[in-house]
Structure formats: structure tokens, C-alpha cells
Design a protein around this ligand. Structure first.
Ligand SMILES: Nc1nc2c(ncn2[C@@H]2O[C@H](COP(=O)(O)OP(=O)(O)O)[C@@H](O)[C@H]2O)c(=O)[nH]1
Ligand SMILES: [Mg+2]
Length: 462
């Protein structure tokens, strides 16, 4: 069992520290109502411990001789609360002083300052949510776009757990079957039974594989994608950056070498979070400062998930373009053929033929032509498969992916074992490994260290 002490009553300021309309002090634990009774005088004369659950009352937080604040106090009684414990939330006036004083008073009467994420950790330890749902709480808070939020909410609702638990149950059933064969060796594994088991293992592997595959898209929604706009000086990179950002973030000018530093901003492409970087044009310059800029552009290129290579439709390919094309060989890329407003289609036909193996979108940033198509192409290329948002569970965390990879390896070994003539005892060991690793995801078999690591990323008061 876990070492955590669930007997104390914890308290935290759950709203950001600073000036605001309201500030919330949140208490959870067996003494929460008693502490509230001690520090709060309600206008209606009822003590918080006598409030009906999920009711809100107006009154004052007071010491014997001082009013601390005029507040609204809400009671959520165990077990139907966020933590499954008694919870009291005190809405104070915003700002730092009031919430600090109210919290200080609760500490005086027996509460302890909560660790980061401790409310959610209690929700997990008390069995209201599993670990994937607890982790999703953090993803909901940090969601970068509505797409990320949707994925996090799906996980919070238990979508991923359902999938993982289903696979886990299937493996437990197979284990029982195999263990029966171990217990009654005279009966052994008959051929038809063995064939049946192999079929079931293959089916499980398929389910695990599809979860593992979903990680590529899961990562995109949770972490975002690093997309670099690159190209030779003056092709219109900064103009495109501003257009995609929908504001003038970077300086645009006809003077080559205007952009000296890489500039990174988050954009939202139909719910997909993209970290977009405008870079200095890459050229074989001799200027020392420009050289530094080029170095930085190359560094970003190395890190990028996708490159938006800009070429000038109004001029033939130059050495600088060719150098960049060489640099990004092997990278996922989309070519934005810019400045088509300056020329006729026939003028850049030859250029397009040279690029026939790539995704090329002809655009004019100046005239805003085909920008929608470029955005679509970026989105399509960062999401793998025929992805439909809201369909099926998505694996978004490296921790989950790692556990799935390990379960997959164990199940492959079970399959190979059954296909050869190895003893069922060995298959049983692999099956238990797989069950254990899947249990790590939902928190059934998770250690205190892992829990500490997960919850330490949370904010205080959540
Ligand atoms: N005609 C035309 N000019 C453009 C277009 N896009 C950018 N420019 C111009 O090209 C010059 C260089 O643009 P900038 O965005 O600073 O290029 P960067 O050096 O690649 O960042 C500026 O004068 C822009 O106004 C376009 O689609 N058509
Ligand atoms: Mg620029």
C-alpha cells in the first residue's frame, strides 16, 4: 500500500497568487468541517458542519477580535467530492493578503499545507479516479488548444483506462487458461486450445499496437509540434509567420537579413497546437552577426518536427535554396512556393517539375492566396493516419507509451512461446509482466516514486 498519510487535513490557495476578483482557499480532510466551524460565522447562523452538501453560504472569517474577510463558503461532503473527503472552499476577496490570512488561520486550527497536486493525488488514492485520469487533470489545465483540451477531457472521462483495462482483462483470462494447463499437466495444452490461445494473443497485440500508434497524434495534441519556416533571405518567411499568427510579430522588410534571431510562437491550426518558428534566412554570408543567425537557424532545423521550406516562385532555384534543400534532406517538409503574384504560372512550371516529389503549395503571402491550403497541408502532415478527432483513445504520455511497449514485448514473447513448443510456465511469466506493465498505466501497480514524480508537476491547490 502507499505510504501517504490521508488522515491530515490539507489546505492550499487554489487560485493563482496575485490580484484578482476572488481567491479560493481549499481544505480537504476529516477536520475540514471542524476547522470551518471554528473560523467561519455564517449570516444565517448555521455552522458549516450542518450545511447541506454542495451548498454555499455567506458570512465572515473571524478570529475572536478581528474580521479577516467577508467570504462565501461552500461545503462538499465526503464521499461525493473531488477528493472523496470533506471539502470546504472559501471564496475570499482576490489579492494576496486575504487568502494568506484565511489559510494561516486554518493552519492554526490543524490543517497542513498541501503539496503540489495533493488534492488530485487524494482523489486517486481514495479510488475516485485512476492514474490516467489524475494525469489528465494536469493536461486539462495545460491544454494549449481546444483540440488538446478535447483529448485531455477524453482521458479524464476514462477513455484510455477503459481501453487499457479491457486489454488487461483479456490477458488475465488467458493467464487463467494457461495456469490451468500448468496445474493439470496431464491434460496439457491441446493443439486446438493452443491455436485458440495464439489467436487471442494476436488480437491483444493488435489492440496494444493501435494504442501505441495513437501516441504520435497524442503527442501532437499534448506537446504541440515544432514547425520551422526556413528559406533563403527575402523569400517571405517573416511575412508568412505574421500571417499565420494573425498579428505583426516579426519585422518584414525588403532588406535581406532583416530577421536575425529565431522567433517562436504558438499557433492553433484547427485545434492542433503548432510551435511555429521564423528563422533568419540561410545564406553563405561572411558577416559575423549573420553567420551567428544562420547557425541558430540550422540548430532549430535539427530540432524541428516539420520544415516549411519557402522558395521564391519569381526566380529560378539558387545555390542558397539548394543548400537548404540539402540540409533538410530526410526531414518531413512542405514547400511553400511564395510570391506567385509576381509571375505567371508558366514562369515557374520548370521549378515545380523539379520539386515533383514534394508537397508543394503555391502561395502569395502578399495577396493571401492559398494560405488555407498551406495550413491544411501542415495539419495533415503532422497528424498521422486518417485521424478523426474524438474517435478512440489517444495515448499522450511517454510514461504510458513505455508501459505499452513493454507489454507488447511480453505478449510477443508469449506468442512466440506458444508457436514453438515451449512450456506454458514461461508464457505465464510473460503474461504476468504484461499485466503488471498495463497496471502501471492506470496506477494499479504503480510505486510511490512514480506517484511522487507525477504529482510534483501539478500546481499547488489542485
Ligand atoms: N510580391 C510579394 N512580395 C512578398 C510576398 N511575401 C513577402 N513579400 C515581400 O518580400 C520581402 C521580404 O519579406 P520578409 O517576410 O521579410 O522575408 P524573409 O527575409 O524571408 O523573412 C518584403 O518586402 C515582403 O513584403 C509575396 O507573396 N509577394
Ligand atoms: Mg525574416
Amino acid at each position: 500500500m502507499h505510504k501517504y498519510d490521508l488522515d491530515d487535513t490539507i489546505v492550499a490557495i487554489s487560485t493563482p497568487i496575485g490580484e484578482g476578483g476572488i481567491g479560493i482557499v481549499r481544505l480537504s480532510g476529516s477536520a475540514a468541517l471542524k476547522i470551518a466551524d471554528t473560523i467561519f460565522i455564517s449570516k444565517d447562523g448555521i455552522r458549516p458542519s450542518k450545511f447541506k452538501t454542495y451548498t454555499t453560504h455567506y458570512g465572515h472569517v473571524k478570529t475572536r477580535n478581528e474580521i479577516i474577510d467577508e467570504v462565501i463558503l461552500t461545503v462538499m461532503k465526503a464521499p461525493k467530492s473531488y477528493t472523496k473527503e470533506d471539502i470546504v472552499e472559501i471564496n475570499c476577496h482576490g489579492g494576496i493578503q486575504s487568502v494568506k490570512k484565511v489559510m494561516g488561520l486554518t493552519l492554526k486550527y490543524g490543517a497542513r499545507v498541501a503539496q503540489p497536486g495533493e488534492f488530485t493525488k487524494r482523489a486517486f488514492l481514495n479510488g475516485r479516479i485512476d492514474l490516467t485520469q489524475a494525469e489528465a487533470v494536469l493536461d486539462v489545465i495545460r491544454a494549449k488548444t481546444e483540440g488538446s483540451l478535447k483529448v485531455a477531457l477524453g482521458q479524464l472521462e476514462g477513455e484510455l483506462s477503459r481501453n487499457v483495462n479491457e486489454v488487461r482483462e483479456d490477458i488475465i483470462n488467458i493467464t487463467a487458461e494457461i495456469e490451468a494447463a500448468i496445474d493439470f499437466p496431464e491434460e496439457g495444452l491441446e493443439l486446438p486450445q493452443k491455436t485458440g490461445l495464439i489467436g487471442k494473443v494476436k488480437y491483444i497485440l493488435k489492440k496494444i499496437d493501435s494504442l501505441i500508434k495513437s501516441y504520435d497524434n497524442g503527442m501532437v495534441f499534448r506537446e504541440g509540434v515544432l514547425a520551422i519556416i526556413c528559406g533563403k533571405p527575402n523569400v517571405g518567411k517573416s511575412s508568412l509567420m505574421n500571417l499565420l499568427l494573425k498579428r505583426d510579430r516579426v519585422i518584414v522588410s525588403p532588406i535581406p537579413g532583416t530577421t536575425r534571431d529565431a522567433v517562436e510562437e504558438m499557433i492553433n491550426l484547427n485545434g492542433v497546437p503548432i510551435r511555429l518558428v521564423d528563422t533568419a534566412g540561410i545564406s553563405g554570408t561572411k558577416d559575423a552577426l549573420e553567420k551567428e543567425s544562420v547557425k541558430k537557424s540550422k540548430h532549430y532545423l535539427g530540432l524541428s518536427d516539420i520544415v516549411i521550406l519557402m522558395l521564391d516562385a519569381s526566380a529560378p532555384l539558387q545555390d542558397a535554396d539548394k543548400e537548404i534543400i540539402n540540409l533538410i534532406r530526410g526531414k518531413k517538409k512542405i514547400i511553400a512556393l511564395n510570391k506567385i503574384d509576381l509571375v505567371k504560372k508558366s514562369d515557374y512550371r520548370k521549378l515545380k517539375e523539379k520539386l515533383k516529389d514534394d508537397i508543394v503549395i503555391e502561395i502569395s503571402v502578399k495577396k493571401r492566396s492559398n494560405i488555407g491550403r498551406l495550413e491544411e497541408a501542415i495539419q495533415k502532415s503532422v497528424l498521422s493516419g486518417s485521424f478523426n478527432q474524438g474517435e478512440g483513445a489517444l495515448v499522450t504520455s511517454a510514461r504510458h507509451k513505455e508501459a505499452l511497449d513493454k507489454s507488447r514485448a511480453s505478449m510477443l514473447s508469449v506468442k512466440r512461446g506458444l508457436e514453438a513448443v515451449s512450456a506454458p510456465e514461461i508464457a505465464a511469466i510473460d503474461l504476468k509482466e504484461a499485466i503488471f506493465n498495463l497496471g502501471l498505466i492506470t496506477g494499479r501497480s504503480v510505486s510511490d516514486d512514480i506517484l511522487d514524480r507525477i504529482f510534483s508537476q501539478f500546481c499547488i491547490g489542485k
